[in-house]
Ligand binder design. Structure first.
Ligand SMILES: [Zn+2]
Ligand SMILES: [Zn+2]
Length: 349
C-alpha cells in the first residue's frame, strides 16, 4: 500500500510504501477512497500544541515512525478478518476513528473518544493518508449510503466535533443566540448543526471576511469581525443582551477572550478549537456571571450515528470541499498552517 507519512516531527511528509495488512480476528481492511485533511494533523506534524507563554504540550507520544496521519476516512470494505461481523466486502463506509481501549470506565460508558489508551486511527495508529487502512472492529464502520463520499470521512471529525459541541450548547439556547467563533471547516459544520437543531438565530465570527461570507451563505443571522473594536457591543445589541452560548472553534487565547465576552449570565462557552495560547479571567467573574467554560473533544460513536442521521435527512448543507490527490497531503498541511483553506480539503486515492 502507498502512504504519505510523517518520517520526523517538524519535517515534510514523505511517500512511503508498506505491505498491505491482512485483517485478523475482527479486523477489517478498508480501501481508502477519501480522507479529509484536518488542522489537528498540523499540530501532530509539528509534534506539539502551543499552550501560550512559550509553553508547549508535547504530542509526539510513542508513535512509530514512519507514521500515517488521516482520521477522516471513507472507503470501501476490501477484506474481512475471520471474526469480523456485520460488514460485507464492497460496502461503502466511513470509519469512526476515535477508538479507545474498550476496557476502561470511559470506554464502558460509550466515551471511547476520551479514552486514555486510545487506538485512534491516524492519531495513535496508522490512518488514512494511504490507499488502505486497518480498522480493529467492524463496529467502527458506519453506513454512509446517501451521503456524498467526499463528505463522509470529514464528517467523522469536523462534522462530529461540530455536532457534539452544538449538542452541549443547546441547553443554553433559551438564554440567547448561539454564537459560533471561528469559521474553518469545523466551525462551518457547527453552524449547520446549530441551524438544524435550534430555532434560535445563530451568530458567527471570524477575522476572515471570506469566511464570514461563507457563514452568511450557510444561514448565520449575523456575522462579526473579532478585530473590530466595536464587535462586542454590536453582538450585545444584535442579541438583545448577550448570547446564550459561545462555541469557540478557533481555540486561541484571543478567540476565547473574544468568545466569552458577550455570553449572558448563566451562559456557557464551549471550547473546541486547538489553535493554542493562554487565557486568563478574574476568578470572581465565574461566580458573578455564573459562567460555565467547558471543553468538547470530537464526539462519541453514538453521536456519530446521530449526526449521520441528520446529514442523511438533508438537515445539513455540504461545506465547500476541494479534492486533491493523496500525494498533496503535505502541501495541504502547509496550506492549513497558513490559514489558506476555506471548508475542507479531501485527499483522494
Ligand atoms: Zn480532524
Ligand atoms: Zn478506554
Amino acid at each position: 500500500m502507498l502512504r504519505q507519512s510523517l518520517v520526523d516531527y517538524g519535517k515534510p511528509l514523505a511517500s512511503t510504501q508498506a505491505a498491505t495488512p491482512v485483517p485478523r480476528g475482527g479486523e477489517v481492511l478498508l480501501r481508502v477512497s477519501h480522507c479529509g485533511v484536518c488542522h489537528s494533523d498540523v499540530h501532530l506534524q509539528d509534534g506539539y500544541f502551543d499552550l501560550g507563554g512559550d509553553q508547549k504540550l508535547d504530542v509526539r507520544g510513542n508513535r512509530p515512525l514512519p507514521f500515517t496521519f488521516g482520521h477522516e476516512i471513507a472507503g470501501v470494505v476490501e477484506a474481512l478478518g475471520p471474526d469480523a461481523k456485520g460488514q460485507a466486502i464492497g460496502r461503502r463506509v466511513a470509519a469512526y476513528p476515535w477508538i479507545g481501549c474498550g476496557h476502561c470506565a470511559l470506554c464502558a460508558r460509550g466515551d471511547e473518544h476520551m479514552c486514555n489508551a486510545p487506538r485512534a486511527l491516524g492519531v495513535t495508529v496508522d490512518g488514512g493518508y494511504a490507499t488502505h487502512v486497518l480498522v480493529p472492529d467492524a463496529g467502527y464502520l458506519l453506513d454512509v449510503e446517501g451521503i456524498a463520499p467526499e463528505l463522509a470521512g470529514a464528517l467523522m471529525c469536523s462534522g462530529l466535533t461540530g455536532y457534539s459541541a452544538i449538542k452541549k450548547a443547546l441547553g443554553y439556547a433559551r438564554l440567547g443566540p448561539l454564537f459560533i467563533v471561528g469559521l474553518g471547516g469545523v466551525g462551518l459544520m457547527g453552524l449547520q448543526f446549530a441551524r438544524s437543531l435550534s430555532d434560535r438565530p445563530v451568530f458567527a465570527a471570524d477575522i476572515d471576511a471570506a469566511k464570514r461570507d461563507a457563514a452568511r451563505t450557510l444561514g448565520a443571522a449575523e456575522t462579526f469581525d473579532p478585530q473590530d473594536p466595536g464587535a462586542r457591543k454590536a453582538i450585545l445589541k444584535a442579541s438583545g443582551g448577550g448570547v446564550g452560548a459561545a462555541i469557540d472553534f478557533a481555540g486561541s487565547g484571543a478567540s476565547l477572550g473574544f468568545a466569552q465576552g458577550p455570553v449572558v449570565k448563566g451562559g456557557a462557552v464551549i471550547v473546541v478549537g486547538l489553535m493554542g495560547g493562554g487565557f486568563s479571567m478574574p476568578v470572581p467573574m465565574f461566580p458573578l456571571r455564573a459562567l460555565t467554560i467547558m471543553g468538547s473533544y470530537v464526539g462519541s460513536l453514538e453521536e456519530a450515528k446521530q449526526m449521520l442521521g441528520l446529514v442523511r435527512a438533508g438537515k445539513v448543507a455540504p461545506i465547500p470541499v476541494e479534492l486533491r490527490p493523496l500525494e498533496q497531503a503535505g502541501r495541504t498541511l502547509d496550506d492549513l498552517r497558513q490559514g489558506k483553506i476555506i471548508g475542507r480539503v479531501v485527499l483522494t486515492t
